[in-house]
Design a protein around this ligand. Structure first.
Ligand code: BGC
Length: 487
């Protein structure tokens, strides 16, 4: 994770397109003897640069609301990341967490429907040109994928922390494609609830314009062995939400461009806003995140003093707003992400492509009440906008669980709100809880033991409002009812 994150607060730091332009200009000052050759190169480079920066790349709208991707998205509604295991070199202190079947049993019983499995495949490749992936990492990845499948959890296998690609996509494309050819062939016969995610958080030179250039070819190569597999793809700037241009801003440029003819693609984005709250004290981030004791939502009871090591003035501005603004407009509140989520819903509706939040969460340096509040607010917003989500992470620094139980305990209720039940005036049963959950409605004639409950309906909550069932005034509708959440 970067120190300068792709949040709305830190958008100002972007280098990508300009670096290309600067290189081209320097060509003009080369000696005469090789000028012709360089002119040719310059033209080729210009075409290349124009291709990766062209705003003219358009994406067709999809009007069918029942594409393979829409159907698949329903299997990736509430997930958790299997973090700090396979996304590092073997033996690295940052990795090193092991997962076994009891993790997957607990993940399932808490109510999650999928896991995301980050894997640093590139660290386990042999030399070019084949970049053969070691059996060792396949065995370790298989254990996680099979562990999830054994509990009927869907799984997303990604390519994580591929830094060389972000630094120089053009010199690492062969490895990128080689990894996906091998991973795709390996999992070709796996269940359809295993999905692939091309690249976690592309950044720096791997901008959105750049991935627009390389992703279609990776998808084409995966399709050779996996014509039906769901593939997640995310934009540059660390899967930044602002990289998808909402239709209110432009209906000709979508930001991330998906191949028009592939309808089994889900877009993935990350949200760590408000970043100076969620990443406070994060050792791997830079000095801008050193201020601890930041609460959610702001403002704090007593203004806090930003850490003296902060290096960017916009971070100091953020803390000025945090100390003084009311909760409704405080930078450490839902206002940090609500508009982005609204714009993403509009993007998804306009282009007809589902969006998933592959990462969000809060480092455990924040106080437990604030952590629970952040999760409640963001989960509410995601459910309200009908996005699938996958929190970072299960049992590492941003954990859902610590020492075998949810931590803080309230996090269970914030991620999996209990069922609310009421009887409406028209005598229908109304119930609600989190979106994407499936509920069974049961009926019995009598509550005298032994009670015999019969299933009468199954419904999946597709909006965050109350769902209705039946009319209990009808002659055949009397009796007692209960609503159960099927995990
Ligand atoms: C990184 C983790 C980090 C998390 C939050 C993930 O993408 O892989 O190392 O803890 O983001 O910053």
């Amino acid at each position: 994770m970067p120190s300068i994150y792709s949040s709305s607060t830190a958008k100002t730091v972007s280098t990508n397109g300009n670096a290309g332009k600067t290189n081209l200009r320097s060509g003009r000052f080369t000696p005469n003897g090789i000028r012709r050759c360089l002119t040719l190169l310059l033209i080729v480079s210009c075409i290349h640069w124009a291709a990766i920066s062209s705003p003219a790349q358009t994406m067709k709208r999809v009007f069918d609301k029942d594409t393979p991707a829409h159907r698949a998205a329903l299997k990736f509604m509430r997930g958790v990341n299997i973090g700090n295991a396979l996304e590092y070199t073997n033996g690295s202190p940052a990795g090193g967490l092991t997962y076994n079947s009891s993790d997957f049993t607990l993940i399932k019983s808490e109510g999650f429907d999928h896991v995301r499995i980050p894997v640093a495949w590139h660290l386990y490749c042999g030399p070019a040109p084949s970049f053969t992936i070691s059996n060792e990492i396949f065995t370790r990845a298989d254990a996680l994928v099979n562990g999830a499948l054994a509990k009927r959890l869907s799984g997303i296998v990604d390519l994580h922390h591929f830094e060389p690609f972000s630094k120089s996509p053009s010199s690492n494309t062969n490895q990128f494609y080689a990894i996906w050819r091998q991973v795709a062939a390996h999992y070709a016969n796996y269940s359809s609830i295993v999905a692939f995610e091309l690249l976690n958080e592309p950044h720096d030179i791997a901008s959105t314009a750049s991935v627009n250039r390389y992703f279609p070819e990776a998808i084409r190569q995966i399709r050779v062995t996996n014509p039906e597999r769901t593939i997640f793809i995310g934009p540059g700037n660390y899967n930044g939400m602002a990289e998808l241009t909402p239709p209110s801003v432009s209906t000709t440029s979508s930001g991330l461009v998906l191949p028009n003819d592939d309808l089994n693609l889900i877009v993935t984005v990350h949200c760590y806003d408000p970043y100076y709250f969620t990443h406070q004290g994060a050792e791997w981030a830079y000095d801008d995140t050193r201020t601890v004791g930041v609460v959610f939502p702001g403002p704090p009871l007593t203004p806090i003093k930003p850490d003296a090591r902060i290096t960017h003035s916009f971070v100091l501005d953020w803390f000025r707003g945090y100390n003084t603004k009311s909760t409704a407009i405080n930078p450490s509140s839902t206002s940090a992400f609500r508009t982005s989520l609204r714009d993403l819903r509009a993007w998804s509706d306009y282009y007809g492509r589902p969006i998933h939040f592959g990462e969000f969460g809060c480092y455990d340096m924040a106080d437990p009440v604030s952590r629970a509040d952040l999760h409640r607010q963001i989960r509410d917003e995601m459910d309200f906008r009908r996005f699938g989500w996958c929190m970072w992470d299960w049992k590492a620094g941003f954990h859902y669980i610590k020492n075998g139980r949810p931590d803080p305990l309230e996090i269970r209720e914030t991620m999996f709100p209990p069922i609310e039940l009421k009887l409406s005036d028209s005598a229908t049963i109304e119930f609600k809880s989190a979106v994407g959950k499936t509920f069974v409605i049961q009926r019995t004639d009598s509550l005298l033991t032994p009670v015999s409950w019969q299933n009468v309906a199954t419904q999946t909550l597709s909006t965050p409002s109350f769902s209705h069932f039946g009319d209990t005034t009808k002659s055949d509708a009397g009796g007692f009812y209960q609503v159960l959440w099927v995990k």
